[in-house]
Structure formats: C-alpha cells, structure tokens
Design a protein around this ligand. Structure first.
Ligand code: NDP
Length: 285
C-alpha cells in the first residue's frame, strides 16, 4: 500500500511552529498578526470554511475578526468594508469568502483588496508575481500541495506531473509551482481528450475537479504520487469525499492524500502563514 500523507498531521505541526513564531512576533512588535474575514450570507459550506479559519487563527494565536453581512448587501457596501480594512494599519490580511452572491462582481471585489493584504493571493498583482517569479503572496491551496510533496521529499524535478483542473485558485497556480520545480507539467481540463491516457502517464497526479471519485484506478500509473484536492459529498453516503477513488487507488499509488484530512487543513495553515508574511511586511516596511 502507498503511504497516505496526512495533511492534517502536517498542518498541526505547521500550526505549532507558527504559534511559537507569533509569540516571538508579538513580543518584538507589540501586536499579533491580524486576519479579517468577510462572510456574505449564510451558505453552510462558506460558514463552515470560515469557522475552520477562525479555529486555526485561535490555535496559532493570530487575531481574527470575522465580519458577517447578509446576502443582499450591495456591492458598494462591501467595497466600503474592504476600503476600511485596506486603510486599517492593524489589519494584515483580508479574505473575502467566495463565492459571492451573483449580484456582486467577484473580480471587482478581489481587485479592490490591497495586494499587500491579499492573503488568498488572488489579486492580479499577486497572480502576476507568481507567474513572473517575483515576491508576492502564493495562493494557499497550491502552496499547501507543494508543502505536502516536500514533506515526503518527493522528487519533482524532471518528473511528469499532470494537473487535472485549470482554475485560477488551484489548477493553474499549482501547475506554475510544479513548473518552477522543474516538473514537466500537463494541464488537463473538461475538453481534454482521452483523459485516462494523459493521467496514466503522470508520476505526480494532482486532481482539482470537484467531482466525487472521478479518478479511477485505471487512470493512475503504478507508483504515482496522487494528490486529491477535491471536496465533494459522496453521492450515496453524503459524506465528504475527494475527486479520487481512494479505496481502489491507495494500493497502486506510492503516496496519496485523503479527503478529508489531506489538502484542506494544509490550505488553512498556509492561509495563516500568508497572514504572518503580510504582517511581517507591514511591520518591517
Ligand atoms: P473549478 O470548478 O473552478 O474548476 C474545476 C476544473 O475541473 C475546471 O478546470 C474544469 O475544466 C475541470 N473539469 C471539470 N470536469 C472535468 C472533466 N470531466 N475532466 C477533466 N477536467 C474537468 O474548481 P476549483 O479548482 O475551485 O476546485 C476544484 C475542487 O477542489 C472542488 O471540489 C473544490 O471544492 C476543491 N477545493 C479544495 C480546496 C481545499 O482546500 N482542499 C481549495 C479549493 C478548492 P474546464 O476549465 O474546462 O471547465
């Protein structure tokens, strides 16, 4: 059986380390890093994600403010909240929980967050920095994926990596990070023909599609490293599950992550890390 990499354990270690760092930072600078989260509406998924972020802040000792507004908030009102947070010298990170209600222009909102407080790394300036290999904020999930690979000293250089999914928040940025580590990267998507032939070639297979148990055993190369980013409800049990048919693939892979307890907790730990990085920029500038 391949090794199941526990993102949960890794993220607990990361949080314990960051907790110590935050104590030192507070002693040195007289305040803690501060993350502001804006939650619009009461979508259960979004509420649960925000709770996970609050819990992680508490664990690490990062100050957290969650601003909750009803789903009929106007775009102007939301922009005004972001403007105030942008101007507040004691706020280091701003996260707007996505998705937003359809009457609000998501791109416009993301672009209104000050790039030096954009802990999600979604602002065009941070996106450009990633692609140009300049200092900036790296999106949390891709960062977490690379840390998971690094935690097992998985060799990336020269390997064939296949990323299934090309979203701005997972597929594209993780492809760029793999490329920066000298993998030969193939990006597959909904129009890819013969997907199985593509995935079967990969030494490292990253799946971010959002379809329960989408990747089957015959789509995986023996000994491949399989990273499952998907978060779905199982169609029969309604339990959380990933994009990968874990039970049937775990024996074929050399390393594999599980859902839940894989990339999800690492994403949140990387969010806290990004908040600390933003704090350091603010206090040292
Ligand atoms: P998107 O819906 O933005 O993107 C999904 C991607 O999958 C698209 O690029 C799409 O292709 C591709 N796709 C859809 N159907 C197929 C198919 N049949 N064959 C090949 N590719 C296909 O999703 P996200 O990237 O935002 O998220 C993906 C999953 O990861 C979701 O389950 C989400 O919940 C989860 N997630 C988990 C996180 C975590 O922390 N664990 C963080 C973020 C997301 P096309 O571009 O052609 O439409």
């Amino acid at each position: 059986m391949g090794k199941v990499i526990s993102g949960k354990e890794l993220s607990l270690k990361k949080r314990a380390y960051m907790k110590n760092e935050v104590i030192k930072l507070e002693n040195k600078y007289g305040r803690k890093p501060h993350l502001a989260v804006i939650l619009i509406g009461d979508d259960p998924g979004s509420v649960s994600y925000v709770k996970g972020k609050e819990k992680a802040c508490l664990e690490v000792g990062v100050k957290n403010t969650t601003i909750v507004r009803p789903k009929d908030i106007t775009q102007e009102e939301l922009l005004s909240i972001i403007h105030d947070l942008n101007c507040d010298p004691y706020v280091d990170g701003i996260l707007v929980q996505l998705p937003l209600p359809s009457h609000i222009n998501q791109t416009f909102i993301i672009n209104s967050i000050s790039p030096d407080k954009d802990v999600d790394g979604f602002h065009p300036q941070n996106v450009a920095s990633l692609y140009l290999k300049q200092p900036g904020i790296i999106p949390c999930t891709p960062k977490g994926i690379i840390e998971v690979l690094d935690s097992e000293n998985i060799d990336i250089e020269g390997k064939k990596a296949c990323v299934v999914g090309r979203s701005n928040i997972v597929g594209l940025p993780v492809s760029k990070l793999l490329l920066d580590k000298n993998a030969t990267v193939t990006i597959a998507h909904s129009r890819t023909k013969n997907l199985k032939e593509v995935t079967k070639n990969a030494d490292i297979l990253i799946i971010a599609v959002g379809k329960p148990l989408f990747i089957k055993e015959d789509m995986v190369k023996p000994g491949a490293v399989v990273i499952d980013v998907g978060v779905n409800r199982h169609p029969i049990t309604n339990k959380l599950c990933g994009d990968v048919d874990f039970d049937n693939i775990k024996d074929k892979a050399s390393f594999i992550t599980k859902v839940p307890g894989g990339i999800g907790p690492m994403t949140i730990s990387c969010l806290i890390e990004n908040t600390i990085e933003c704090f350091l920029k603010h206090v040292e500038d």
